[in-house]
Write a protein that binds this ligand. Structure first.
Ligand code: 5RP
Length: 238
């Protein structure tokens, strides 16, 4: 079985948590895309749900697969968000934003009663930080903001490069919200709550990819099947 098979298995397991009438947050990334595809199949068989996409790419996918869409303006509170992650620790603290959608992903997850993370087991880590931490910044003063990120990280004992994320043409990539992304290659982040608070206090930082206290469970697939992980690392075979 390949990683794509694991991603699909996790996405399939998430479908079991979807009930008729639910208002869903639809995540971004390759794993979330499989969930949207499978959800579209269920919708074509009569499942009545609506979704709020966390990116323009997910909006396009949902439209292609026939998933009815709404907005947070029409539905400010959602029942369930299903999304992928770049890293998942045993307390279900996450790094997200590898697909540059972290701002809308966090807004949608925060608007949801529950968040389920779907992933293959390569995303599980003991300590966050192997994956560079995406931080969304406004274009104005981007270098000043990047340096401020460097300073607060250093104050917390974190070093490592903080690079502007660029497209193939070397231009900064632009998020759906019109912002830039810097990626903090900090290595091990022992105190993610402190880093999250310090980053949030920097003017120019719109949002960061540490998702803390948002995920209710993770469905993680490997060659051994899908395991449900609840915060504090309690695992239940599906
Ligand atoms: C996008 C994200 C994605 O959920 C994350 O990058 C995981 O993506 P994939 O399922 O493709 O590995 O946070 O901003």
């Amino acid at each position: 079985m390949s990683i794509d098979d694991f991603k699909r298995a996790a996405a399939e397991a998430a479908l079991a948590h979807v009930r008729p009438g639910m208002k869903l947050g639809l995540g971004t990334g390759s794993t979330a895309a499989l969930f949207v595809e499978l959800l579209g199949e269920k919708v074509s068989q009569g499942l009545d749900v609506v979704g709020v996409p966390t990116s323009e790419s997910t909006r396009e996918l949902a439209e292609r697969y026939g998933v009815p869409l709404t907005t947070l303006k029409e539905e400010p509170e959602l029942d369930l968000t299903v999304d992928g992650a770049d890293e998942i620790d045993p307390q279900l603290r996450l790094i997200k934003g590898g697909g540059a959608a972290l701002l809308r992903e966090k807004i949608v997850a925060f608007a949801s009663k529950r968040m389920i993370v779907i992933a293959d087991d390569s995303k599980l880590v003991e300590t966050l930080g192997r994956f560079p931490l995406p931080i969304e910044v406004v274009p104005f003063g981007k270098e000043t903001t990047r340096r401020a990120v460097e300073r607060v990280a250093r104050d917390l004992g974190l070093s490592g490069e903080i690079d502007m994320r660029r497209a193939e043409d070397a231009c900064p990539i632009v998020t759906d919200g019109g912002h830039y992304i810097v990626d903090g290659k900090f290595g091990r982040i022992d105190r993610p709550e402190e880093l999250a608070a310090a980053l949030a206090a920097i003017p120019g930082v719109v949002e960061h990819g540490l998702f803390i206290g948002l995920a209710d469970l993770a469905l993680v697939a490997s060659a051994n099947g899908v395991v449900t992980i609840e915060p504090k690392g309690r695992s239940i075979p599906e």
